[in-house]
Design a protein around this ligand. Structure first.
Ligand code: FMN
Length: 262
């Protein structure tokens, strides 16, 4: 399957098969994909604790809750707790040295000297600020996106969830205070059809992207749209005609109480 179709098919899967465990190798491939993602200054502070439902301590599972569609935590065979380890930012200087040594950053003679005398001192002066929410979160998003595509490629479904319980999760998993939890991600084999009801709604292109100046909509070529439809990056919009029946079926099969919104 081409990348375009993969991007179009990747969909949050909230309904997973609780009875089918995920092979650790598949999770490892997700983590390997996350590890290769870009990070500011190549620092790489995105980390994860992978919680396997069948072997994790009860305390850890109890701490994992989600405010929206919380049944997902109950049924997911694997839950990845993605976080930033802010102490890694202290290694910034060495990461920059590595980049220069391998020829990724800097050109010409004297680059090592400029790195030591100018660039590293600049980063050192903002080190504490770089630990605050900001670019690190972007790193996390990139890493999680790559892991998500790898999950999809292996036939897995995932959904990112926020949690009101990050302090409790951190304690239950034995993580130090310097770890900032970003999001928790359920992983498992989908119980729903691969289309998961169809392509989810998105904001209008013209409102989202600008050209040269804020408010000047980036021109959207209908030809490109047709091309992406042909390549299946754009697919039939949700809801598919059978979706409500599918949801009723999933609700009964997975023992979801009420409307499953909370
Ligand atoms: C950072 C983040 C947090 C999210 N939190 C939740 C959540 O708490 N509960 C939930 O059901 N979905 C959550 N989602 C999933 C979105 O609601 C989902 O992306 C949306 O339903 C659109 O579906 P799609 O991913 O298939 O495009 C989250 C997604 C992201 C990226």
């Amino acid at each position: 399957m081409e990348l375009r179709e993969v991007i179009g098919n990747r969909r949050s899967m909230r309904f997973l098969r609780p009875y089918q465990m995920v092979e650790p190798e598949k999770i490892q491939r997700m983590l390997e994909a996350a590890r290769l993602a870009s990070h500011w200054g190549n620092v790489g502070s995105t980390r994860a604790v992978v919680v396997f439902r069948d072997s994790a301590p009860k305390e850890a599972l109890d701490a994992l809750t989600a405010p929206i569609a919380g049944y997902q935590i109950r049924i997911a065979p694997v839950i990845i707790v993605w976080y930033l380890d802010t102490t890694i930012v202290d290694r910034q200087g060495d990461r920059l040295r590595e980049l220069v040594n391998v020829g990724a950053l800097g050109v010409g003679e004297g680059k090592h000297e400029q790195l030591e005398k100018q660039l590293i001192p600049i980063f050192n002066s903002i080190l504490e600020r770089m630990k605050e929410p900001g670019l690190g979160e972007v790193d996390g998003g990139q890493a999680i996106a790559q892991a998500t595509l790898m999950a999809y490629e292996q036939g897995l479904g995932t959904c990112c969830l926020s949690s009101p319980n990050v302090d409790r999760i951190r304690q239950a998993l034995g993580m130090p205070d310097t770890c900032r939890i970003l999001v928790i991600q359920t992983v498992g084999y989908p119980a729903e059809m691969p289309e998961a009801g169809g392509q989810r709604p998105r904001q209008p292109f013209g409102e989202m992207f600008h050209m040269n100046r804020f408010g000047n909509a980036f021109p959207r070529s209908p030809e490109v749209v047709r091309e992406l439809e042909r390549d299946r990056m754009f697919q039939a919009a949700a809801p598919q005609p059978y979706r409500e029946a599918e949801l009723d079926f999933l609700k009964a099969a997975l023992g979801i109480k009420g409307h499953g919104l909370l």
